[in-house]
Write a protein that binds this ligand. Structure first.
Ligand code: BEZ
Length: 204
């Protein structure tokens, strides 16, 4: 199977980290694919007409997206029931943590696009300030309420670790570690996992 997308995208990296964590690293081929937000990607349109990246192409040629569904698919193929536990209470804590991590990336990527891609005269300052408060609230929530769930390697902890890595890569000036010592220590330890090291982002 193949996963298409740019590894800088936290959504792409989450799926590649998951592939390695469930033991499918050798079976999943990563195809680096740049995407222009204002253009149709003709090579991928057949797999993902809506333009969701990453997209996974199964060995039968079907497209699977978005990143959450790809992560679940990889767990299913590998027969892994630890990254997304079956047990009800744990399952919905993990899925909510995953949504929090993905929401953090949603805000971080949108903020980055606003700074780097949107023409200067069209930037919306009030929206940017609101996005900063969203990012800050997500980080505070992780520090104060999620350290117990983050202790396990799961779809949730992968989403959070990769999102924090994206903040380091693109939005270092936000200083996300300030006032969040538990989250910073957790991220430092999680980033040493082989799945994170092998997908690490290299500054150009
Ligand atoms: C980035 O360059 O920051 C980026 C690229 C693709 C998707 C998301 C973010």
């Amino acid at each position: 199977m193949k996963i298409y997308g740019n590894l800088i995208s936290p959504f792409v990296r989450m799926t590649m980290v998951t592939a390695r964590e469930v033991g499918l690293g050798a079976k999943v081929e990563h195809i680096a694919e740049g995407v222009n937000p204002t253009e149709v990607n003709a090579r991928l349109a057949g797999l993902t007409p809506i333009g969701k990246i990453p997209v996974l192409e199964t060995d039968h040629g079907h497209g699977i997206y978005d990143s959450r569904v790809i992560m679940e698919y990889l767990c299913h193929v590998a027969g892994n029931s630890t990254l997304i536990p079956d047990d009800g209470v744990k399952r919905f804590r993990v899925l909510t943590l995953q949504a929090l991590g993905q929401g953090l990336s949603d805000s971080a990527v949108a903020y980055r696009y606003e700074i780097a891609a949107r023409p200067k005269g069209l930037q919306w300052t009030d929206w940017m300030r609101r996005t900063e408060t969203r990012i800050s609230a997500a980080l505070d929530d992780l520090e104060n309420n999620w350290m117990d769930t983050l202790a396990d390697v799961s779809a949730g902890s992968i989403a959070v670790a990769v999102s924090l890595g994206y903040l380091d890569f693109r939005l270092g000036d936000l200083g996300w570690r300030n006032g969040r010592p538990k989250l910073a220590a957790w991220h430092e330890a999680f980033s040493k996992r082989d799945s994170m090291v092998k997908t690490a982002l290299v500054p150009a």
